[in-house]
Design a binder for this molecule. Structure first.
Ligand SMILES: CCCCC[C@H](S)C(=O)N[C@@H](Cc1ccccc1)C(=O)N[C@@H](C)C(=O)O
Ligand SMILES: [Zn+2]
Length: 307
């Protein structure tokens, strides 16, 4: 029973072709990526499962010829491919080995439930719905969605921000911010999978949260109990602060490094918006000095959103 790493060809959710890292075992090919440092370190892999439109049993996706081009394979191809990209960003740019920093295996499951217009990290794995074809197409088809979800895992293994009210909005915002660094060609969130019949829109905007009904200033903070205290709405305020900082200094990568250092060194489960301001300033000082131009730009970025 020879087990070996091979490279397959897959079609993604948007019909695009890409090479994927797969494993050949007993004559079948599997969506299991053995090419990352975590594999050589401890045999950990990136694995992609299929819920087959249920919510319980999930099975590792397999194929007979390593050409993953059926319609039902598209969501798995992208979940697998983009998880690898997000792993690479955290490892190569931020020096973090998987979401726990210790090279833990990354598991995704696609085709979760039916017409499911969401994706989430459940504490153990990433899970993606197919969407209903109007609000969303299969959500793993967007790099920013995958980056958003895997960043929740990073958050859970670091600051572990409570998922409600201001700490919850920060939890959501940090996922959007890291997603905007990794999927860096615009300041939109979810544009590739949101409303397939409407071009040019997105679920959220980092540069203009108001464009999709989200606040971009503390004066517009929404006091609500729904959505765990408006975590997907009030995230617009720190999202705008991240946008302000990244554009003022002209680097998403530097902004991402500051945000990551804040999350992993200075934020805790109960950090609120003003705590996020001080955590990012502490991170910026640690990385670049409090006399750096970055530090001043960061102060201005938070002040501009009323924090
Ligand atoms: C199941 C319960 C809700 C879990 C919320 C997950 S973490 C989440 O925030 N999902 C993202 C998915 C996403 C990410 C980026 C771009 C598009 C869509 C999310 O924003 N979900 C929205 C639809 C929401 O739950 O309101
Ligand atoms: Zn989220």
């Amino acid at each position: 029973n020879k087990i070996e790493h091979v490279v397959g060809t897959g079609t993604g959710v948007l019909g695009d072709t890409k090479s994927i890292n797969t494993t050949l075992r007993n004559g079948l090919y599997y969506l299991e990526d053995q090419t990352k440092y975590m594999y050589t370190q401890k045999g950990s892999t990136i694995k992609t499962n299929d819920f087959r439109n249920g919510t319980g049993t999930q099975t590792l996706m397999s194929d007979s010829d390593n050409v993953w081009n059926t319609t039902s394979q598209r969501a798995g191809v992208d979940a697998h491919y983009y998880a690898g990209k997000v792993y690479d960003y955290y490892y190569n740019t931020l020096g973090r080995n998987s979401y726990d920093g210790l090279g833990r295996t990354i598991i995704s499951g696609v085709h979760y439930s039916t017409n499911y217009n969401n994706a989430f990290w459940n504490g153990t794995q990433m899970t993606y719905g197919d969407g209903d074809g109007t609000t969303f197409r299969p959500l793993s088809g967007a790099l920013d969605v995958v980056a958003h979800e895997l960043t929740h895992a990073v958050t859970d293994y670091s600051a572990d921000l409570v998922y409600s009210y201001q700490s919850g909005a920060l939890n959501e915002s940090w996922s959007d911010a890291m997603a905007s660094v990794i999927d860096s060609n615009d300041w939109l969130i979810g544009e590739d999978v949101y409303t397939p019949n409407t071009a040019g829109d997105a679920l959220r905007s980092m540069s203009d949260p108001n464009a999709y009904g989200d606040p971009d200033h503390m004066s517009e903070y929404v006091n609500t109990s729904s959505d765990n205290g408006g975590v997907h709405t009030n995230s617009g305020i720190p999202n705008k602060a991240f946008y302000n900082f990244a554009t003022a200094i002209g680097s998403r990568d530097v902004a991402g490094k500051v945000w990551y250092r804040a999350l992993t060194s200075y934020m805790t489960s109960s950090t609120n918006f003003s705590g996020a301001r001080s955590a990012t300033l502490q991170a910026c000082a640690a990385l670049y000095g409090s006399n750096s131009s970055y530090y001043t730009a960061l102060q201005n970025a938070w002040t501009a959103v009323g924090i």
